[in-house]
Design a binder for this molecule. Structure first.
Ligand SMILES: Cc1cc2nc3c(=O)[nH]c(=O)nc-3n(C[C@H](O)[C@H](O)[C@H](O)COP(=O)(O)OP(=O)(O)OC[C@H]3O[C@@H](n4cnc5c(N)ncnc54)[C@H](O)[C@@H]3O)c2cc1C
Ligand code: FES
Ligand code: FES
Length: 1256
């Protein structure tokens, strides 16, 4: 009792055992693994940095590790994946943890799971890869030959921002038993099964290549080679410690009792202390002085099968509950398992597998959170809660009173939940569960529901009815009153109408409901009931023969049956084809071949070092930022005294500490007198630990005086004439005159939503001041180290030559790491100079998303004049972008957008205007596509509207207006459309567009509730910067006397594989294998004055520089080679010559592509074909970085096509993105009609209109 225990025994990196003597009760497994010291001992050196921090909320899977525990009841070892960022370290006492380093290493043994993800091209930036590997590894430990469904489930909550998932899943599929064909063309036949001379949809088999890796070369998986569970832990598990273990921290205490009796006594002593089993406490981030852990209480994991139901221990994880329910469903007759099936359905989509492995049934029920997926089902199925306390036991119903949190129906402070009893269903009873979320997996539901009806035996009259909803209020809501009023009614359309009316009345959603979406949610309330109504009717149809009552019951028409089919989570089918290299190309020459990313194996083993993986340096301090909580205000005072009083806090950095320039006028690094958005940086705390620095930021008191106006939206900015720069305008032909001659004129508006930056690696920088000559070394995650260098120089007022920026690799950038890293680098550098210590600044995800802005939302207005045959004669578009509070890249984005608005169309009379609005939002910035995707969406929406007006398919209008002959673009560049036309035709042909369109039409005729759509969108995308002087790059190539070559260039490795491509170029030029070459990092000391790695041209311009440098070096070697033609490379270069060359070069035509891997974040079937025999005369590569982004618009227009087949309640195309809410609300039916008209008046009052907010 109360035994003071300071040792945690877990096994990390099988079979090494870790004894941590000073574990912090507030700490997570992630900080424990990554940090090289702990708060209390300041001595521990573990530093397993393969496990990554990306969100800290259990939402991305980057921190996935495998936990293994011995289950004393089944006497089996359980392996399960968890997210280390939410795993309290103390809860792991006695567990074994396997991190990515424990799976394998490039230095020792590389197991199949790591080898295959790397060789299948499943890594780009590699930041998500360790998490992917660990999810897959855990799956394979439990199922060496998994099914594709199991693979999808295992990876369901691992996010990747680069690869588009296809290659990752492809690597996992190599372990699966079955493998479905790619279903090209919807023929049911795999494209690879076509005969040699078949005219396959992808072209002749001999001409295409789809094989990016040789599966037969992979090592096979041998489960016997896996490391065993540590015997010491086995002994611990078999002779469980009964004493209470207590872990003391600086602020809190973790108590883990060994018996139920002790737990109940502790609950009396600490009635306010939460019981911690799962991730919830960590994800909420609240502080509790005492935490009770019931993890060692076996009574809470008991499962009892009784004749009337199933009793599941509150300590069972949701994943264990899935297994228990599945087992019971297999054992019992169907009629008894209705509730279990409904629960199982929701458990499959609740969070991701890692969270289900951690979250407990007890924690889930007791949290009573409003979006709980299980509570509505448990509530309608009459589940009871078995409670226990030192006083004894009692049962309470899991009903609406409990869920509403009524004290009389809830647990007493000293009580705990021991188990949940779920009764069997019975004959004539039907239970169902419904859920609508932003996406199928790993997303909290907008609305969910549990529904149960008991019909009077042999009839369709309602004997009992229960309906409960989640997501529509502060708690799970039960529609008790409506259900009571429907008792005795027959299960028919009349009952349905009445039920909908009653439900909408009872489940009232005020306009200010949290999360908004009120109309959508009300529609879901009745739509779910309709689905339930149909489901029960279908079941009744099966039972009809048993009817004793001869009354006729309602039937479901065939047309309506599609409402009953759920969308299955299936493995995305896709194929990537590319053209083989010329058979005469020398084997050594790697250009044009699908080479694995140079760092791929290191990504897979976690050995690839990112900025925050750099070990702590001597005397290092941490920085945390303080940001504005007001949108527009005067800063009256900043009081830092309370922060400075905290232990371990060293200093607070404000604008006054800046020795040089504080940013630019209107765009200060640290705010001085005024703030212009929430999230603007005001000052920064420097402390000995990151935790303490973060805590101290909360103690800084800032007094504000609010200022007017506060502008958030584009429309408000227009009203206030609030703009960041002058208007941009392009005009061609005579627009007004053309409008007078056309058959028809259409005008419309389009709102394109913004997008938050979500590179997996948040912004981070490490600044190390040197003792001599004011030198600074800066390690930073950036796309533009020269910009960081320059900004730090002007901020500190020291010459650029004293500052060296190093970039090893970046965990994704997408434009978000072009400008902002300079701000963070400069603030950290001020801290480093002021304190004289190295400073590490790592943004947590919340700060990163708050501060960094994102893609510009766009509001476009168009006026288009066209002939009745669809030929467009005049187009006038006006676009406004929401730039946020500072200029940043907004002027350039406006220019780029205006220049590219014509997309692939030759329209003689054009007028494009653009303005960047100044609003009180964080400044928006560069983002993949740089305004093109938003602008082109406006143009394509306009084209689609013209098609609808002409009564013609949109693809016909597109074709009619496309460039046909060599012509000048609006920006006066000669453009040959040959490739555009070829690409369009091939795409139509290879996708069998027209037969698919027929299939879609056929499907839509037969199905009322499910619709299909199809779209094909052309794209003309010119890469590069508007200022051609930016198309320069430099490379520095060293040849050493042992024959090895060190290549350096100005591009940064963001995951796009630029270093791999540069070595391919160098290898071709020097005619030596890539294995003789190396790229260490990008550094401003080796290649100075570089341009940002952006605009899809970095590989081209740097490739040219590398090529040039290699050619000159080879020329220098020529005399020696000529003299010793029989010599080897090593012989030639061992002669001392100045074999070092730096080249600055402008891009010129040469070579071919490496390979393309467009990013695609949803599981949409995707085929990528890189066109054959297409020699791009202007580039090494095809500039695929940014252009791919807009290809996703075809999905938007396909959805628009599907929506167009139903009655339209609102114009779908006026707003993107196409969220489930927008799709649903665009389709008018009897359920959308049921919402009260007055709702629309206050529908958006709680938030910025969605089109100008961000897609969530
Ligand atoms: C990333 C993420 C995504 C999620 N997505 C979803 C989703 O899509 N749908 C959904 O429904 N849920 C979702 N959840 C919530 C999840 O299902 C759990 O409900 C939640 O994590 C609570 O369970 P826990 O085991 O973590 O609770 P804990 O942290 O262990 O406990 C939560 C509360 O319950 C109390 N408690 C726990 N056990 C007992 C007991 N035996 N007796 C008395 N009190 C007890 C604790 O004192 C505490 O107050 C998500 C959670 C996360 C972190
Ligand atoms: S899930 Fe842990 S960092 Fe994202
Ligand atoms: S490779 Fe997955 S996030 Fe970059």
């Amino acid at each position: 009792r109360g035994h003071r225990y300071k040792t945690i025994i877990i096994s990390l990196l099988f079979p090494t055992q870790v004894m941590e003597r000073n574990v912090d009760p507030e700490g997570t497994l992630l900080t424990f693994l990554r940090k090289n010291w702990t708060l209390l001992s300041k001595s521990w050196l573990l530093r397993l940095t393969g496990t990554k921090y990306a969100c800290g909320r259990g939402g991305c899977g980057a921190c996935t590790v495998m936990v293994s525990k011995h289950d004393p009841v089944s006497r089996k070892i359980r392996h399960f994946s968890v997210t280390a960022c939410l795993m309290p370290i103390c809860s792991l006492h006695g567990a074994a943890v396997t991190t990515v380093e424990g799976v394998g290493s490039i230095k020792t043994r590389l197991p199949p799971v790591q080898e295959r993800i790397a060789k299948s091209h499943g890594t780009q930036c590699g930041f998500c890869t360790p998490g992917m590997v660990m999810s897959m590894y855990t799956l394979l430990r439990n199922h060496p030959q998994p099914s594709e469904e199991q693979l999808m489930e295992a990876l369901g909550s691992n996010l990747c921002r680069c690869t588009g998932y296809r290659p990752i899943l492809e690597s996992g599929r190599t372990f699966c038993m079955e493998s479905n064909s790619c279903q090209q063309k919807g023929t049911g036949k795999c494209c690879l099964d076509w005969g040699e001379n078949d005219s396959s949809p992808l072209g002749k088999k001999s001409e295409i290549c789809t094989k990016l890796f040789a599966k037969e070369e992979f090592q096979s998986l041998d489960p016997t080679q896996e490391l065993i569970f540590p015997p010491e832990l086995l002994r611990m598990a078999e002779n469980p410690e009964k004493r209470t273990l207590t872990f003391y921290g600086e602020r809190g205490t973790w108590i883990s009792p060994g018996t139920l009796k002790d737990l109940l006594e502790l609950k009396v002593k600490h009635p306010k202390a939460p019981l911690v089993l799962g991730p919830a406490m960590k994800s909420q981030g609240h502080f509790h002085p005492v935490l009770l852990s019931p993890a060692r209480i076996s009574e809470l994991s008991m499962v009892t099968k009784t004749s009337d139901g199933l009793t599941i221990g509150a300590g069972c994880s949701l994943a264990q509950m899935q297994d228990i329910l599945a087992e019971r469903i297999a054992e019992l007759p169907e009629e008894k398992t209705q509730t279990y099936r409904a629960l199982l359905k929701h458990l499959r989509s609740l969070a991701g597998q890692q969270i289900r492995n951690m979250a407990s049934l007890g924690g889930h029920v007791i949290s009573q959170h409003c979006c709980s997926d299980l509570n509505p089902v448990l509530a309608v199925s009459n589940a009871t809660l078995n409670l226990i306390s030192a006083e004894g036991t009692r049962q309470i119903p899991l009903n609406e009173h409990f869920l509403a949190g009524l004290a009389s129906a809830d647990l007493k402070p000293e009580e705990i939940l021991e188990s949940v009893h779920i009764p069997h269903s019975q004959k004539w009873e039907f239970v169902s569960a419904f859920r609508q979320a932003q996406c199928q997996q790993n997303a909290l539901p907008h609305v969910n529901a549990g529904m149960r009806v008991l019909l009077k035996e042999g009839t369709d009259s309602i004997e009992d009815l229960s309906i409960a909803y989640g997501g529509v209020g502060a708690a799970t809501i039960s529609a008790h009153r409506s259900c009571q009023l429907l008792l005795g009614r027959r299960w028919n359309e009349l009952m349905l109408d009445e039920a909908c009316r009653l439900l909408l009345d009872e489940v009232s959603l005020p306009g200010s409901a949290p999360g908004g979406r009120v109309e959508f949610k009300r529609t879901l309330v009745v739509s779910f009931l309709f689905k339930f109504y149909l489901e029960v009717l279908q079941e009744l149809k099966k039972l009809v023969k048993l009817f004793s009552d001869s009354r006729h019951h309602s039937e479901v028409s065939d047309q309506f049956l599609s409402a009953l089919e759920d969308f299955l989570v299936t493995i995305p089918q896709g194929v990537q084809t590319y053209q083989n290299v010329d058979p005469h190309q020398p084997l050594q020459d790697p250009v044009g071949r699908p080479i694995m990313h140079l760092s791929a194996l290191k990504h897979a083993t976690g050995e690839a070092m990112f900025c925050d993986d750099i070990p702590m340096v001597d005397k290092e301090l941490f920085m945390a930022l303080v940001t504005s909580s007001r949108a527009h205000a005067k800063i009256i005072s900043i009081d830092v005294s309370k922060a400075l009083e905290l232990p371990e806090v060293v200093d607070v950095i404000t604008a006054e500490d800046i020795p040089g320039t504080n940013g630019a006028e209107g765009d200060k690094l640290l705010a001085i007198d005024e703030v212009n958005c929430v999230g603007q940086i005001i000052c920064a705390v420097v402390a000995e630990t990151d935790v303490q620095a973060k805590r101290a930021t909360e103690k800084i008191e800032i007094t504000y005086e609010d200022l007017e106006p506060v502008i958030f939206t584009i429309k408000d900015a227009i009203k206030h004439n609030s703009f960041l720069c002058p208007e941009k305008k392009l005009e061609q032909g005579n627009v007004e005159e053309a409008f007078e001659k056309v058959d028809q004129i259409l005008e419309g508006e389009v709102h394109v939503g913004g997008q938050k930056h979500f590179y997996m690696e948040t912004q981070r920088v490490l600044v190390i001041p040197k003792t001599e000559d004011k030198e600074l070394d800066i390690y930073v995650s950036t796309q533009d180290p020269a910009h960081v260098q320059k900004t730090v120089s002007s901020t500190l007022n020291i010459p650029i030559n004293r500052i060296t920026c190093h970039v090893k690799r970046v965990g994704g950038g997408f434009g978000g790491k072009v400008g902002k890293p300079a701000v963070f680098g400069a603030i950290a550098a001020v801290g480093a100079i002021k304190t004289g210590h190295p400073i590490r600044l790592v943004l947590d995800r919340e700060d990163d998303m708050l501060i960094t802005g994102g893609r510009h939302p766009v509001f476009g207005k168009y006026k288009v004049g066209f002939m009745n045959n669809g030929r467009i004669k005049a187009l006038d578009i006006e676009c406004y972008i929401n730039g946020g509070c500072t200029l940043d890249d907004s002027e350039l984005v406006t220019e780029f957008l205006i220049l590219k608005l014509e997309n692939a169309y030759k329209i003689r009379n054009l007028r494009f205007q653009g303005r960047a609005c100044m609003t009180n939002l964080p400044s928006n910035t560069a983002f993949r596509g740089f305004g093109f995707p938003q602008g082109a969406l406006v143009t394509e929406s306009c084209i689609t509207a013209v098609a609808a007006k002409c009564g013609l398919p949109p693809e016909k209008i597109r074709e009619k207006n496309m460039y046909k002959t060599v012509d000048k673009t609006i920006y006066k560049q000669a453009f040959n459309p040959e490739t555009l036309i070829r690409c369009w035709n091939e795409c139509l042909d290879k996708s069998s567009f027209y037969s698919r369109r027929m299939h879609v039409e056929e499907f839509n005729k037969k199905n009322y509730w499910k619709k299909k759509g199809i779209a094909i969108i052309p794209m003309k995308f010119s890469v590069g910067f508007a200022a051609t002087s930016y198309h320069q790059a430099a490379a520095l190539v060293h040849i050493y006397t042992d024959g090895s070559v060190l290549v350096t260039h100005g591009g940064n490795e963001l995951g796009q594989g630029i270093h791999t491509k540069m070595l391919q170029v160098a290898s071709r030029e020097l005619k030596i294998p890539m294995s003789c070459m190396h790229i260490s990092e990008t550094s401003t000391a080796t290649v100075p004055n570089t341009i940002a790695t952006a605009a899809s041209i970095s590989a081209d311009v740097n490739g040219r520089a590398v090529q040039n440098a290699c050619q000159i070096l080879l020329k220098r070697l020529e005399p020696i080679i000529k003299k010793h033609p029989e010599g080897t490379w090593e012989d030639w270069v061992s002669v001392p010559l100045p074999l070092l060359l730096q080249m600055r070069k402008q891009s010129k035509p040469v070579l071919r592509q490496h390979y393309a891997q467009p990013s695609h974040t949803e599981t949409v079937p995707l085929s990528v074909t890189v066109m054959e025999n297409f020699l791009n005369q202007c580039a090494f590569l095809q500039g695929l970085g940014e252009s791919g982004m807009f290809l996703g618009s075809s999905v938007f227009f396909a959805i628009a096509d599907a929506v167009a087949t139903v009655d339209i309640a609102e114009d779908f195309m006026v707003q993107s993105p196409a969220t489930p809410e927008r799709v649903r609300m665009a389709c008018a039916d009897r359920f959308t009609e049921m919402r009260p008209r007055e709702l629309s008046m206050w529908i958006h009052t709680w938030q910025i209109p969605p089109a100008e907010g961000y897609s969530r």
